[in-house]
Design a binder for this molecule. Structure first.
Ligand code: FES
Ligand code: FES
Length: 151
């Protein structure tokens, strides 16, 4: 079986796996990184949203071979030690989460959006495709705006 190496949340990581195995299975089942959630497995719900070389992506539809040599960040890698990322803090301040299942993906999508667009409009935020079955969209928007205002 081939071997792949990538940086995961700041740590060099090497894994032996079939080249077409989606990264989400490696993260959750082989590496115990369970922040990225399995919702649909086909790139629709975005519950698994993480960052690949700084951009939001869906590890459930990304073969591990595409991550070779890349930098992967999951929700586990967002905080700086005990200091939360500003978007995580905004999430707490706005009390966004309900059941919580979609929330790691929502936060990772929000961080990627703000990195590209520090002052997103309501329409920009609505363009985030992550699904929340609990319907926390109003609080998600408030948290993103709070994080944007905090700069
Ligand atoms: S589990 Fe990855 S998009 Fe749904
Ligand atoms: S908080 Fe329950 S699915 Fe989003």
């Amino acid at each position: 079986m081939p071997t792949f190496t990538f940086t995961l949340n700041g740590e060099p990581t090497t894994i032996e796996a079939p080249a077409d195995l989606p990264l989400l299975w490696i993260l959750r089942d082989h590496l115990g990184v369970t922040g990225p959630k399995y919702g649909c497995g086909v790139g629709v719900c975005r519950a698994c949203t993480s960052h690949l070389d700084g951009a939001a992506f869906s590890p459930c539809t990304t073969p591990v071979a595409e991550c070779d040599g890349a930098t992967v960040v999951t929700i586990e890698g967002l905080a700086d030690g005990d200091v939360l990322h500003p978007v995580q803090q905004a999430w707490i301040d706005e009390d966004v989460a309900q059941c919580g299942f979609c929330q790691p993906g929502q936060i990772m999508a929000a961080v990627a959006l703000l990195a590209e667009n520090p002052n997103p409009t309501d329409d920009d935020i609505a363009a985030i495709e992550n699904v929340c079955r609990c319907g926390t969209y109003v609080r998600i928007r408030a948290a993103i705006k709070r994080a944007a205002a905090a700069g």
